[in-house]
Design a protein. Structure first.
Length: 299
């Protein structure tokens, strides 16, 4: 068995020293067992646990850290540090929190109903929730009048520039060439003026209205004014509303129904627990507590 003394850098192999199979590290009266590492790894994702287990250096660090925490906790007990009332309350809260989570897991692990029929009913009863709304794809040229952009003009100057751009577009010059030559929107200019696909409510109102008013791909709008300046909009395409098939959405609907059911079951259990124990809150004492604590904080 390898024995690693953690206060030196070198690994020392000492086959004559043996510990119980469950003990991974010891020193004095302190030992770290397999179950201690299990507790550390228990709540992590499977991949994260696997990564830690496969990292020998990290495993050594975990053992060292666990040992030191336990050794220093033992010193704290010997010095009576655990007798403080507030500390005891914190410790009790940690213990109760862990027990609460274990009990909650028991409740959540109870059998769940079959949600497929409920999922169908929700899908059929809420068609808008499972429909991609009508969208347009568009490009634009912006002559800016806002100082929020690095390059901008007075409204009068910007209007004269956009009129010139519009005239060049009407004469047949490529919209994309005009974007490169004139547009002052630094984000879309990098992508030939593209605004991407968007539905109603996703774009500034004047730009949205101009884009949705056009129907033929390649069509260019009249001059449009927004809070950013003056625009020309080119319609790239229109895409009708699309109903998503139930089979595509079923898993997401069922998962949400499960989450809702579990939460409702929890709340029902909490309410019943409070009722069974006739739980009450002393409002006057609570107000007194809050008042005194606020005074302490402000001192």
């Amino acid at each position: 068995m390898r024995l690693i003394w953690v206060w030196v850098l070198a690994f020392v192999v000492t086959p004559s020293l043996h510990a119980a199979d469950d003990v991974l590290m010891f020193g004095g009266d302190i030992k770290v067992e397999r179950v201690d590492i299990d507790a550390l790894l228990a709540d992590g994702p499977a991949k994260a646990r696997k990564d830690v287990l496969n990292n020998h250096k990290q495993m050594l660090q975990l053992l060292r850290q666990t040992y030191l925490i336990r050794a220093m906790a033992s010193e704290a007990l010997e010095q009576g540090l655990s007798e403080d009332k507030l500390f005891q309350a914190k410790l009790r809260r940690q213990r109760e929190r862990m027990l609460y989570l274990e009990r909650l897991k028991q409740i959540d692990d109870q059998p769940l109903p079959d949600f497929e029929q409920a999922a169908k009913e929700q899908y059929q009863g809420n068609p808008d929730a499972y429909t991609i709304p009508e969208r347009v794809g568009a490009k634009h040229i912006l002559i800016a009048t806002t100082d929020r952009l690095p390059q901008y003009h007075s409204k009068e100057e910007a209007l004269e520039i956009i009129k010139k751009v519009k005239a060049e577009a009407d004469s047949g010059r490529s919209f994309e060439d005009l974007v490169a030559a004139y547009s002052e929107d630094p984000a879309s200019r990098k992508n030939q003026g593209s605004l991407g696909l968007f539905g109603r409510g996703a774009m500034v109102k004047p730009v949205e209205e101009a884009a949705f008013a056009m129907h033929k791909p390649g069509q260019i709008s009249d001059i449009v004014e927004s809070q950013f300046g003056y625009h020309l909009i080119k319609l790239v395409g229109r895409y009708a509303a699309q109903k998503l098939p139930f089979e595509q959405e079923k898993e997401k609907i069922v998962e949400q129904l499960k989450k809702d059911f579990i939460q409702q079951r929890r709340e029902a259990y909490f309410d019943e627990l409070l009722k069974k124990n006739k739980a009450s809150i002393y409002e006057d004492l609570l107000e007194d507590y809050v008042s005194k604590r606020l005074e302490q904080i402000e001192e």
